[in-house]
Design a binder for this molecule. Sequence first.
Ligand SMILES: Nc1ncnc2c1ncn2[C@@H]1O[C@H](COP(=O)(O)OP(=O)(O)OP(=O)(O)O)[C@@H](O)[C@H]1O
Length: 245
Amino acid sequence: MIEVRELRVSYGGRVVADVPELDVGAGECVAIVGESGSGKSTTLLALLGLLPDAEVSGRVTVCGVDVLTAPPRRLRELRGARAALVIQSPQAALAPSTRLGVLMRRALRLHGREATDAAMAEAMRAVLLDPELLRRYPHEISGGQAQRFAIALAIALGAEVVLADEPTSALDVTVQAEVVAVLRGLLTERGLALLLVSHDLALVSTIADRVLVMKDGAVVESGPAATVLATPAHPYTRELLEALP
Ligand SMILES: Nc1ncnc2c1ncn2[C@@H]1O[C@H](COP(=O)(O)OP(=O)(O)OP(=O)(O)O)[C@@H](O)[C@H]1O
């Protein structure tokens, strides 16, 4: 679903992300961890061709689309419908004066999908949200509900890949656990490919199959999550683990 080779992103000659290899298959979760500024979000955005001001090289394939060479029309088809981005504060991206149900219906129609009440309710239930919430405005739902709504949109649109940037960091612990449960369900039941960016190693240990550790734009360690987190090979990974509360 996601295949990255020799990805390099720089601004004015300064390399901010250098990822030699990153693969995420269907039903798999790969997490990118690292401190603030290590290049995690940049890597995620590069996968959807969302870095207009950066110099980007290498090969990036998402759902069969060659992202770095695809024409804008192919990229628009990929983004939103086949590959969905779930960000930290999705509420900010939702039109404030539009009810959630209208937003979802519009998104479905935009991507040529049937927008039936039943399909929309099913997507809401898949993320453990009451379909009644579709009647509300974005400011009438909580941060956790907004994040789950963003995931519901991805499901309704039939996304095959979900790119999630710190999807639980703005949430309290109970809601975090709910969002993680939803994401895990998507992996096992719907065979989604999930690429997760997080500095929360506790979250990563509960959901990721593989982990990439980034520092100053470089991948310093990668491998199965259980191995990397239990027996970290790089001193930086040990530091991150020791910083856990
Ligand atoms: N538009 C830009 N122009 C110049 N430098 C940028 C730009 N966007 C990001 N950077 C730089 O790229 C580096 C990596 O940033 P990135 O946001 O990918 O880090 P991150 O690991 O996701 O951090 P955080 O956890 O804080 O989101 C940082 O040094 C940042 O200053």
